[in-house]
Design a protein around this ligand. Sequence first.
Ligand code: GLU
Length: 279
Amino acid sequence: MPHITRFAPSPTGFLHLGHAYSACRAAAAAGPDGTFLLRLEDIDATRCTAEFCDAVEEDLRWLGLDWPQPVRRQSQHLEDYTRAITALTGQGLLYPCFCTRKEILAEIGDIHRAPHGPDGPLYPGTCRHRSATERAERIAAGEPYALRLDMTEARRRAGSGLRWHDADAGWQQATPELFGDVVLARKDTPTSYHLAVTLDDAVQGITLITRGTDLFAATHIHRLLQALFGLPVPEYAHHPLLCGPDGKRYAKRDRALTLRSLRADGISPAEVRIRLGLS
Ligand code: GLU
């Protein structure tokens, strides 16, 4: 069956070989009869620049990839996320969290003993039990706040037996509770990675989500959000992260391995594909 796939980088730097691998896998997974889409996950206004956004398109084209226009840019759809946040708030599933990072760390105490989830220590729930009056007063006073999902309640509403399927790992029982009360709207923007990615994959009709194994666990949260919003459940294929000769995964710090620098060094797209093990 032809798939609709996507590559959804956050344009906070130039694309490196790891991105190229991920993008090529997504395009290949769509196949000749499917559709490969590009999405720019640029909700972080301080780190995503116009230069990086343009560079993503230019570098992927140089690699030989193509996609239908227009490219979906998350920063242009903040009102969609706000609507979704309003819906969850109306269902009593979100609560404002005024904590700073420092306060959370102080509350957690000994970080090594604190319960951890896949993304680090769990939020200790400080703001979950604040009274409606205190919340209203602090919001009225202009105190910045994030919105967190009441995970226990969300889990109860979504029911048990949420599953998703990964092409390599097989059927997975969704365990979003491992993450605790995740942030769905950050202090600086009315969304978060988890909310925006889940909604956008549905809006764009993605049927197969390919991405690195570093996001495998996050899929548990996305599956829960799909259930809460009544969204279709796509197929997943989490691929291994590409590592350099030193055994470490490629990252933005590897400037020498950006597609731009390889191109400047006279490396051809075909050579890049060979290096990625894709030819
Ligand atoms: N924007 C995310 C990143 O660059 C990836 C999103 C996804 O593939 O789900 O890490």
